[in-house]
Design a protein around this ligand. Structure first.
Ligand SMILES: O=C(O)c1cc(=O)[nH]c(=O)n1[C@@H]1O[C@H](COP(=O)(O)O)[C@@H](O)[C@H]1O
Length: 308
């Protein structure tokens, strides 16, 4: 799947992934009203609104970007209806030939991780009957519990051609609380985690020289991105932080190698809530939120290609 992702990035000349992180406050009123009329102001009503929102965004950007990244928290908090919307969103995105990164950031002991892996990128067996549940192409994983917390996903990555992105240097303001501590050898913890991820992925390297096991490297940490890129030539980066978190194209340039590969840049609020921003408000109505999202994708691509 990492090879397919790289091929799609090359075909579209666009290393962008759109984060599908719906929140009630960014769903346009016409979608909320219609859904609440049908299902009431209920969790089901909001989950239905999320799917309508996601579908309109996907229909507007599927020809421009290689991937989407639904963040499971926004769906989980709505309970079963939210999970149903998450599953329907993944399914619809894949029907539109989009690669799906399920942002689940799971981390647990091997026996538990096995269930996460089976549900999200594997198959669940019921009386010998194999079921695909979430069926994402990639998942995000927290590997700070060590190798046994990620090893159960490797089997599915190998057998079912899936992938994962392991947290290495996260984009949040306090990532340094742990990730910037120094090891006995005098390296930063994030460097050590980067090296572990490289090692964990060395058996899964595809034809473009990148492993199915990638790393999450925040665009908000320019120097660290450059260091990690140099230290881990076979590790593909999922790079959040652009746009809403303040990172710019210059900040993330170091995440790419000299061939302009090696990173997939995420933007969630910057794309799906573009219509609420001043530079879009006067040209797009709420009903045209998906058109604003398309323009935001086009502008992001131009911004990225400017530095590549
Ligand atoms: O795993 C992630 O995707 C992730 C890692 C990280 O270090 N920082 C980070 O922001 N993310 C996710 O990337 C998305 C960023 O959203 P925006 O800030 O709206 O573009 C959210 O879904 C976050 O959960």
């Amino acid at each position: 799947m990492i090879d397919k992702l790289i091929e799609r990035i090359k075909e579209l000349n666009n290393p962008t992934v759109v984060g599908l992180d719906p929140r009630e406050e960014i769903i346009p009123e016409f979608i909320r009203k219609e859904s609440y009329r049908k299902y009431g102001r209920t969790l089901k009503g909001l989950a239905n609104a999320y799917f309508k929102f996601n579908k309109m965004i996907i229909d507007e950007i599927y020809d421009l970007v290689p991937a989407v990244k639904p963040q499971i928290s926004m769906y989980e908090e709505l309970g079963p209806d939210g999970i149903d919307c998450f599953i329907k969103t993944i399914k619809y995105a894949k029907e539109k030939n989009l690669i799906v990164i399920s942002d689940i950031k799971r981390g647990d002991i091997a026996s538990t991780a096995k269930s996460y892996s089976r549900g999200h990128i594997g198959r669940v067996s019921v009386g010998g009957n194999e079921h695909k549940v979430f069926d994402a192409d990639f998942v995000t994983i927290n590997g700070y519990m060590g190798y046994d917390a990620i090893s159960p996903y490797i089997e599915n990555c190998k057998e079912l051609d899936k992938g994962m992105f392991v947290l290495v240097k996260t984009s949040n303001p306090n990532s340094g609380d742990i990730q910037d501590l120094k090891t006995e050898e005098g390296r930063y913890v994030y460097e050590h985690m980067g090296e572990l991820v490289s090692k964990w992925g060395e058996e899964l390297i595809g034809k473009y020289g990148f492993s199915k096991i990638g790393a999450v490297v925040g665009a908000t940490y320019k120097e660290q991105g450059k260091i990690l890129r140099e230290q881990n030539p076979n590790t593909f980066f999922l790079v959040p932080g652009y746009g809403a978190q303040g990172a710019t194209a210059e900040d993330l340039k170091g995440c790419f190698n000299e061939d302009g590969l090696g990173a997939l840049i995420n933007s969630s609020r910057g794309i799906i809530a573009a219509y609420k921003k001043d530079e879009y408000k006067d040209r797009y109505s709420e009903e045209e939120f998906h058109k604003a999202a398309r323009e935001a994708v086009i502008r992001m691509r131009q911004d990225l290609l400017r530095v590549l």
